[in-house]
Design a protein around this ligand. Structure first.
Ligand SMILES: [Mg+2]
Length: 430
């Protein structure tokens, strides 16, 4: 098992079987709700994904944003790290956290495409004004054009480029943006390309759910056999496309919930797997799986921690419960290198009760990956994020989890040893 996905081979390697679910989601107004300052539905989705899906499924973000604007969004919103990122309206595909570009896709897009010719020909149209440098990509040239000129420009430009031997797609959206892409580009074709790739490796996802809100997402819904959700806040242009082209397709729904909450709703509607985010559960001890899941244990732990700091749980229980599940000889290693006993650290939480009450404070985990090291122990690595007011911190964290079935009270206890950026293996629950 590898820790994180640096590229496609690593992703393939991580998946022992075809992925159970592949979610391909647009970002703005789909995964990310710009009208939800507390990011509640995004955090619910994150908790759901890391608890039940991260280990055997694939998360794909598909956005019109260029890499620069995509990174900007990641800094603004509590987004997970996807396995695959499709950017610039399906013209760039990258893998893993390192965002390793797919060179094969670049070659596909080179067919009947010449950026220099596009630049020369578009220069002849004074109605076009070039968008910022960050939005100009190897297979995407982007302009602004006023509505009244759009139709005429698109027609003439299309004829000019065809005469030059190019085969392009001109997309006008939002009443101002004009993108010129190779004909084979787009969110839909990028997904079809990925499906082909996974199929040839014998790892075609068992189910794919595409999620979108606007016109350039329509292509996603045309890919054969996918489930689709148009979030409740989807724009008229997508709904119109649906009513004209896919009205009778039972695999596509228009959710009644906004953005990420609509995605969660669709997972339930199509019965694609668990769809109750642990964040929705008051009594977290009732939130269990038949088989041990490191992701679920961690998500629950940090939700409890968040609720403690926000005084959303009773002050009486947490410390005692945590001590019950933390191994007596466990240590926590702070990023500074300082070692502390796990039980001491739990005691230190005491005075923090309610210190974030009514404040903008949340905690989430990203990229949970685990390796079973013996019958009842797992070494788990993840990024722990904490947002407090405007400040955001990430800790690369490693935990040794051991699950021990005890006969006492007929319950199953989970032992914890925690470390943040450990420099050496942590104390084992031998
Ligand atoms: Mg969108």
């Amino acid at each position: 098992m590898t820790w994180c996905s640096a590229g496609l081979p690593e992703i393939m390697d991580r998946l022992n079987h075809p992925p159970r679910l592949m979610i391909v989601s647009d970002l703005d107004h789909t995964m990310v709700d710009h009208h939800d300052p507390e990011n509640l539905s995004l955090l619910r989705f994150n908790a759901l994904w890391e608890s039940y899906y991260r280990h055997d499924s694939l998360l794909v973000f598909s956005t019109g944003r260029s890499p620069t604007l995509y990174q900007q969004l990641r800094e603004e919103k509590p987004m997970l790290t996807p396995d695959i990122t499709i950017m610039s309206v399906g013209t760039e595909i990258t893998y893993g956290e390192a965002m390793v570009p797919d060179k094969g896709w670049e070659e596909v897009l080179n067919h009947k495409w010449d950026r220099n010719i596009v630049a020369e020909e578009t220069a002849k149209f004074p109605q076009l004004s070039l968008q910022s440098e960050t939005e100009q990509r190897p297979h995407k040239v982007s302009f602004y054009v006023q509505k009244e000129h759009a139709e005429h420009v698109m027609k003439s430009l299309s004829a000019c480029l065809e005469k030059q031997g190019l085969d392009v797609k001109i997309i006008y959206s939002g009443g101002q943006d004009l993108d010129i892409l190779p004909q084979g580009a787009g969110k839909g074709q990028a997904l079809a390309y990925l499906h082909k790739k996974f199929k040839s490796a014998g790892k075609l996802p068992l189910a794919t759910l595409v999620c979108g809100d606007s016109g350039n997402d329509a292509e996603l819904f045309s890919i054969p056999d996918v489930y689709g959700v148009m979030v409740s806040n989807a724009q008229e242009e997508l709904l119109r496309w649906h009513s004209e082209n896919a009205k009778n397709n039972p695999k596509i729904i228009h959710a009644t919930e906004r953005c990420a909450a609509g995605i969660i709703q669709a997972i339930g509607h199509f019965k694609l797997g668990p769809n109750t985010p642990p964040r929705d559960v008051v009594d977290l001890s009732s939130c269990k799986l038949e088989n041990f899941s490191a992701g679920l244990e961690l998500v629950k732990f940090y939700i409890l921690y968040e609720r403690w700091r926000r005084a959303e749980i009773a002050s009486s229980d947490l410390i005692r419960n945590l001590k019950d599940i933390c191994h007596t000889t466990g240590v926590i290693i702070h990023p500074s290198g300082v070692e502390k006993s796990l039980h001491e650290s739990v005691d230190a939480l005491g005075p923090l009760y309610g210190d974030k009450q009514g404040k903008n404070f949340c905690v989430w985990v990203d990229k949970v990956s685990s390796a079973q090291i013996c019958l009842d122990a797992w070494l788990v690595k993840f990024d722990k994020w904490e947002l407090s007011g405007e400040e955001r911190h990430c800790c690369v964290t490693t935990v040794l989890l051991s699950s021990k079935a005890t006969r006492r009270l007929g319950s199953v206890q989970t032992g914890w040893c925690l470390g943040e950026q450990p420099k050496k293996p942590l104390a084992l629950d031998a």
